[in-house]
Design a protein around this ligand. Structure first.
Ligand code: SF4
Length: 211
């Protein structure tokens, strides 16, 4: 095992054993949900896992995963290959419970985001991805101005630490944003941006050809 693999394994163990939010009084459901190995070239960052992700133990399961992988497949990725080769995580890594108003899952508070942020920073540093795909407002706010409306962000790319950041909206069925026709055009632009980035990557590091 290389030192990088060892460091990632250690990080994963700390994430799985973490109870910081519970200890701070938040009614979350441990354990942390994420997937991916050392050497991944793309990192997907979602908001937080949902209840079906906890049941199955993998990110972006069920409806939101189905929609996300429709978008990623349009960009050229096969779901099983993507899941096995790339890295998937979230802003907060434990299920935050349902929203009080009954519409979808509770959005993790700023304090929970801050408690979990060191883990995300470590993941980004260790994986050092060639591309980051933030999914949904919470993850998008890590890389784009939070005062910009989603329609001005989806379909554009930003750069951070010499890597492209290409956002998607939250693919959950509880969100209507991605169901609006004019917004679908923005999602198509994001898909095209991902394809363009893949085309520009030299053959030896082509993301689609990596084992
Ligand atoms: S959400 Fe993050 S900080 Fe909070 S308990 Fe889970 S792993 Fe720990």
């Amino acid at each position: 095992m290389t030192s990088g693999e060892k460091a990632l394994k250690d990080l994963h163990e700390r994430m799985l054993n973490c109870r910081r939010c519970l200890e701070a009084g938040y009614d979350i459901t441990p354990k942390a949900i994420f997937s991916g190995k050392y050497g991944a070239k793309i990192m997907v960052i979602g908001q937080a896992p949902g209840v079906t992700e906890v049941e199955v133990g993998r990110p972006f399961n069920a409806g939101s995963g189905k929609r996300l992988f429709q978008w990623l497949e349009s960009a050229g990725f096969d779901e099983s290959s993507f899941r096995s080769k790339q890295y998937m995580t979230s802003v907060t890594k434990c299920f935050p419970g349902k929203a009080e108003n009954g519409s979808g899952d509770r959005v993790p508070s700023r304090n929970e985001q801050a408690l979990c942020r060191p883990f995300l920073n470590e993941e980004i540093n260790l994986i050092n991805p060639l591309m980051i795909i933030p999914i949904g407002r919470l993850a998008i706010n890590l890389f784009f101005p939070s005062n910009l409306p989603l329609w001005k962000i989806i379909g554009t790319e930003s750069w951070a630490d010499h890597r492209p950041i290409i956002p998607f909206p939250h693919p959950s069925g509880a969100s209507r944003w991605h169901q609006v026709e004019k917004n679908r055009i923005k999602i198509e632009k994001s898909i095209q941006l991902i394809r363009n980035c893949l085309d520009q990557i030299p053959f030896e590091t082509n993301l689609l050809s990596l084992d």
